[in-house]
Design a protein around this ligand. Structure first.
Ligand code: PEP
Length: 255
């Protein structure tokens, strides 16, 4: 059975004192939930805080994630951060191809695919984001967009799908307060799993997360869907209390 994964994406938010307070609150909330927690938890923080958070999260069940990684191992790539550097500071997962990086930093499907492929030769879990814009959904292109974004990754990986996590994040739902309906989410998640199954016999083992204005109120209805294996959560992950409620919803689905 696939375990649920609840991953927070802090985007460009946080500070040393905020981070300390957040970890304290999550730690207390997790302690109050008791020992029978099945959901996996990760928080993806800005690069300058990775080392601090690695220390703060020690001895907690919360894994540390980054928000991007270079496809290159080292060298003359000013401003970039390599997988080796992320590993060196204790990172366990990384978001790749978030729609904000695709839109504002020109990340193409092939760059995204190279980054995911690079992760496969390390122990870092890649969370690759896919999703259509509002216009693409309205003009009936959702499946085509998802297929071309995912095909680029699958072609680069060939057979090596181990640890791949896919996040379906409709662009129109990110940070907007609009959420995919359970029907819309399940339909796309099932489509993604079907695409994965064309390339690997392990599609049923791979996690497909939903992201896009998931919050404490709507988490249950999304996390209970058969092909939704967790959430990638932006705004609500900054509020420790809300993030904890989403974790509680995920735990309820795992039991
Ligand atoms: C995200 O940034 O990945 C995201 C899903 O954001 P939000 O939850 O704020 O819509």
């Amino acid at each position: 059975m696939r375990k649920k994964l609840i991953a927070g994406n802090w985007k460009m938010n946080g500070s040393k004192s905020f981070n300390e307070g957040w970890v304290k609150s999550i730690h207390a909330a997790l302690a109050a939930m008791g020992p029978s927690q099945n959901a996996e938890i990760m928080v993806c923080v800005p690069t300058p805080y990775l080392s601090q958070m690695a220390g703060l999260l020690e001895n907690t069940p919360v894994a540390l994630g980054a928000q991007d990684v270079s496809a290159h191992a080292k060298g003359a790539y000013t401003g970039e951060v390599s997988l080796g550097m992320l590993l060196d500071v204790g990172v366990q997962g990384v978001i790749i191809g978030h729609s904000e990086r695709r839109a504002y930093h020109g990340e193409s499907d092939s760059v995204v695919a190279q980054k995911v492929k690079a992760c496969m030769s390390s122990s870092i879990t890649p969370i690759v984001c896919l999703g259509e814009t509002q216009e693409q959904r309205q003009s009936g292109q959702t499946n085509d967009v998802i297929q071309s974004q995912l095909s680029a990754v699958m072609d680069a990986l060939e057979q090596d799908f181990e640890r791949l996590v896919v996040a379906y994040e409709p662009v129109w739902a990110i940070g907007t307060g609009l959420t995919a309906t359970p029907e819309q989410a399940q339909e796309v998640h099932a489509f993604i799993r079907g695409l994965l199954a064309t390339k690997t016999r392990h599609a049923q083992d791979l996690k497909i997360l939903y992201g896009g204005s998931m919050n404490a109120q709507n988490a249950s209805s999304l996390l209970s869907l058969p092909d939704v294996d967790g959430g990638l959560i932006g705004g609500a992950s900054l509020l420790a209390e809300d993030f904890a409620k989403i974790i509680t919803s995920a735990n309820a689905e795992c039991n």
